[in-house]
Design a protein around this ligand. Structure first.
Ligand SMILES: NC(=O)c1ccc[n+]([C@@H]2O[C@H](COP(=O)([O-])OP(=O)(O)OC[C@H]3O[C@@H](n4cnc5c(N)ncnc54)[C@H](O)[C@@H]3O)[C@@H](O)[C@H]2O)c1
Length: 339
């Protein structure tokens, strides 16, 4: 398909409008409609961005508007129905991360994708960040040696759960940003998680309103033997330098690679002979538009997106295992979540 891809946005909140911004700059996309359960919100967002039609019902939109593909940005726990309905109508789907907050929802989406033959991509946009791409290449080199251990962190200021997200009490920091760090680990290590051991506390945010965890500290063992510590917090101080703080270091048998996204935006590689900071290897968070447009390129070129339903399913299964481990205080095997 080398024509213009006709799209619609389902879920017209903050991230729905990020997808609108990305697609309005893409000459190969025409946004035909906006759909939101809240019809007034759909109409207001359509008017604001000069999009011709708005709907509050997905089935009605597909009956009356000519659409090839949708971008879905409903809240974390409300992805399954819009995804499955869209695939049943034969539309290509880009769904925001996390794919879902339970394994059954992911399995239903994968099944719907297999029956429809349309594309299903989960928007794990940090894979397109230049720093993390560099890290993946570094880890894949023979000189790096087997990945052994490391840590990754992505955390938000308290304003994210307290002010930005109206539904933070129905989600948590794992689903909102742990999903990104976990996907980066799978992408960079090229390996699936097999076992987790985790802890969390719910004091600060619960006292201020939303019934959600303050943080998760997770130890994740991968199939290649590496153990990585993953930290995700929603209680960073309001006065911090960045809303979203991220960094990562992976140690191999011989070398290490570090991505310091905030505040320095650098990739640092250490080898057996020294440390280097490659020119231009900056960890670019604006990769958000790149992933959204990768989905369009795949539709036009007739190739599968590089992030699949399987990636979303493994991500959700691991996060469910982390939640279970934090509740029980016991290690949890990922395969138990998939059976
Ligand atoms: N890729 C990223 O880095 C990134 C960043 C932020 C948010 N997100 C994800 O985007 C999604 C949306 O987040 P947000 O911050 O835009 O939320 P939001 O609350 O601003 O918007 C969600 C919208 O979805 C609508 N909605 C709810 N259920 C619906 C349904 N069944 N059908 C149609 N519309 C429905 C709501 O009325 C609301 O307008 C979440 O899954 C979130 O995690 C991704």
């Amino acid at each position: 398909m080398n024509e213009i891809v006709k799209t619609a946005i389902i879920g017209a909140g903050r991230w729905g409008q990020v997808m609108i911004a990305a697609w309005q700059k893409n000459p190969n996309v025409s946004i035909e409609a906006v759909c939101d359960l809240n019809g007034e919100q759909a109409r207001a967002v359509a008017d604001k961005h000069n999009i011709p039609r708005s709907f509050s019902d997905i089935n009605e939109m597909f009956r009356t508007a000519d659409i090839d593909a949708v971008g879905i940005a409903t809240p974390d726990f409300a992805h399954r129905d819009p995804v499955v309905i869209s695939l049943e109508h034969g539309k290509h789907v880009l769904v925001q991360k996390p794919m879902a907050t339970n394994v059954a929802d992911c399995q239903a989406m994968v099944k719907a994708q297999e029956s429809s033959g349309a594309h299903l991509m989960v928007d794990f946009q940090h894979r397109w960040g230049i720093g993390y791409r560099e890290a993946r290449v570094a880890v894949s080199q023979e000189s790096f040696g087997n990945p052994v251990h490391g840590r990754i962190r992505m955390s938000n200021k308290q304003s994210v759960p307290l002010e930005m997200l109206s539904w933070s009490g129905q989600s948590n920091v794992l689903w909102f940003i742990g999903t990104h760090t976990l996907d980066l680990l799978r992408y960079i290590l090229g390996s699936d998680p097999v076992k987790v051991f985790a802890a969390s506390e719910s004091n600060i945010l619960r006292a201020k309103g939303p019934d959600t965890e303050d943080f998760f500290q997770s130890m994740i063992q991968f199939d290649n033997g590496a153990w990585i510590q993953m930290e995700n917090s929603w209680v960073l101080p309001a006065g911090g330098s960045s809303t979203n703080e991220t960094d990562m270091i992976i140690y191999g048998a011989n070398e290490s690679v570090e991505v310091k996204q905030s505040p320095t935006d650098l990739v640092v590689k250490s080898t057996e002979i020294g440390t280097e900071v490659p020119d231009g290897a900056r960890a670019d968070i604006t990769a958000r538009h790149v992933s959204i447009n990768h989905f369009i390129d795949c539709i036009r070129e007739g190739v599968a997106p590089s992030v699949t339903g399987y990636d979303g399913l493994m991500n959700t299964a691991t996060l469910v295992a982390i939640e279970k481990s934090a509740k029980t205080g016991q290690p949890v095997l990922i395969e138990e979540m998939l059976s």
